[in-house]
Ligand binder design. Structure first.
Ligand SMILES: [Fe+2]
Length: 511
């Protein structure tokens, strides 16, 4: 016989007994007391009810056909351990008692059972169940919160990692020279890894020694001189080079011979085409943080990106070299046409570079000057020999054609799209400081500095050498023209630098 009442509000009790009388009495009594009641005459019937109904408490006999009370209790414990099970039996044995307790039975009533006793027991187990369920919910809640916090932390970590990797990627995407790459390596190490010192060393093949190329130090007062790499550091670097593996000393305990003031240390090799080219080192000397495996990973990622950047630059520098030799061959061909101008570009370049150095130009600017100096008259390739090699002075018309060479030169260089600075120098090497030059009549600082430098070098060499239409000038005369041109044809600062070199005998040596 199966009786059930469905409700979500009142507590529902399941009575399981093969004695019909007991089920009827209990059912009537507890319904009267305001409970919903379900009954089953054996364990199997009870299981079916439990599958369909939400039961709050179960009273069961032990000895029943099919599935007995202890098996039912075990089933309930496995499927929903929040349902309290109370065993009712006429023959309690020690063995049964132990089994029932093992199966999660919460109470034990001896038949014949007093209804009042059952009610007291029910109220108690329901109260305990309430606490038990609340406890589980609370525990789940706490676990949920913990899990959420962990996920949040992981997410933040991932975002941070992506930010760092992204930063590294963008740092090494645009680089103009190898030395720029090395500088970025050490600067990024300080910024991202919170290192106090970062140094980049190139490994010299022949002497098997690291040479420091650049360093970044966030604690200048504590910085050691870059000269003479510490012996222990040098040894660790060479070990890293030979096994090609990055090294992490998270906590310096003196075992590897590192200086005491280094608290945490990393070395990462930078390999180009599978050969170690240099190493990056990072040290912590003051702060509480220590390097971790993660930092080593970031640093390795960074040196990989830097290696690619260097490879690309080498490729570019190679293209640059090839291009230069091709174009310079044209210049030499032009100079060969005119025996008077042979070696002119070469001398102009040397003088211009000497002035550039005197004026504090960067090595990048000197490179540009070298390129533009050699090629400044490349546009003459487009000018007919009849004009170019004319033994007398030019007519106005011829001079107009000659003047085109700076624009032709700029357009030859400009077609490559790579050499914007070089193009500008070639285009403007005949501008005058007072604005009366060509092709654009630019004046003073409107003219690129390197073009102003090239202009002095060009005129000086042109005047000091033979031309098809005139003999070379006397030194005094040449010097007079340059001096008179100070502030008119030429930038006064460039003229001053030129004369400093001239009187020191430097120009004489070049010519
Ligand atoms: Fe020229």
């Amino acid at each position: 016989m199966l009786k059930e009442t469905i409700s979500n509000e009142k507590e529902k009790i399941l009575f399981v007994d093969d004695e019909k009388n007991i089920l009827e009495i209990a059912s009537e009594y507890f319904q009267h007391k305001g409970y919903y009641v379900a009954t089953a005459k054996n364990g199997l019937e009870a299981v079916k009810i439990l599958e369909k109904e939400k039961i709050d408490c179960c009273f069961t006999d032990i000895n029943m056909p099919g599935m007995d009370g202890l098996e039912l209790a075990e089933h309930i414990r496995k499927t929903d351990n929040t349902i309290p099970v109370i065993i009712m039996t006429g023959y309690p044995s020690l063995d049964n008692t132990i089994r029932t307790l093992k199966n999660g039975v919460v109470d034990f009533l001896i038949k014949p059972v007093n209804l009042n006793q059952m009610e007291v027991c029910l109220k108690r187990v329901l109260r305990e169940r309430q606490l038990f369920v609340e406890n589980i919910i609370l525990k789940k809640d706490v676990e949920g919160k913990k899990q959420l916090e962990r996920l949040n932390r992981e997410l933040l970590y991932k975002v941070e990692e992506l930010n760092i990797l992204n930063k590294i990627m963008s740092d090494f995407t645009i680089t103009s020279s190898s030395s720029d790459v090395f500088k970025r390596l050490v600067d990024t190490t300080i910024k991202i890894m919170h290192a106090d010192e970062a140094r980049f060393y190139v490994i010299n093949e022949a002497v098997k020694r690291p040479f420091e190329v650049t360093a970044a130090i966030s604690i200048p007062n504590k910085a050691k001189s870059s000269a003479g790499t510490d012996n222990a550091v040098g040894k660790l670097i060479m070990e890293t080079v030979s096994d090609e593996m990055p090294l992490l000393i998270s906590e310096n305990k003196g075992a590897r011979g590192l200086p005491e003031d280094v608290l945490s240390f990393m070395i990462v090799p930078l390999a180009i085409r599978e050969k170690v080219f240099g190493v990056l080192t990072a040290s912590i000397k003051t702060t509480g943080i220590r390097f971790t495996e993660k930092d080593l990973y970031y640093l390795s990622f960074m040196t990989n990106k830097a290696a690619y950047a260097i490879e690309n630059l080498a490729l570019y520098e190679n293209i640059y070299e090839n291009l230069f030799s091709t174009l310079y061959a044209f210049v030499k061909a032009i100079e060969a046409r005119d025996p008077y101008t042979q070696q002119h570009s070469n001398r102009v370049t040397k003088i211009a570079i000497a002035i550039g150095k005197e004026m504090g130009c960067t090595s990048e600017e000197l490179d540009i000057l070298n390129f533009a100096g050699h090629l400044h008259d490349i546009g003459k390739i487009g000018i007919r020999d009849a004009i170019l090699l004319k033994p007398s002075t030019y007519t106005e018309e011829e001079f107009k054609i000659i003047k085109e060479h700076s624009l032709i030169g700029a357009s030859i260089i400009g077609q490559l799209g790579l050499l914007e600075s070089e193009k500008q120098i070639i285009k403007h090497h005949h501008e005058r400081f007072d604005g009366t030059g060509y092709p654009d009549g630019l004046k003073e600082k409107e003219i690129p500095l390197l073009a102003r430098i090239l202009s002095v070098a060009d005129v000086y060499d042109a005047l000091s050498s033979d031309r098809s239409y005139r003999k070379k000038m006397e030194k005094n005369e040449t010097i007079k023209i340059i001096k008179e041109g100070r502030g008119a044809q030429f930038d006064p600062d460039v003229v001053d630098a030129f004369f400093k070199l001239y009187y020191a005998g430097v120009i004489e040596k070049i010519i």
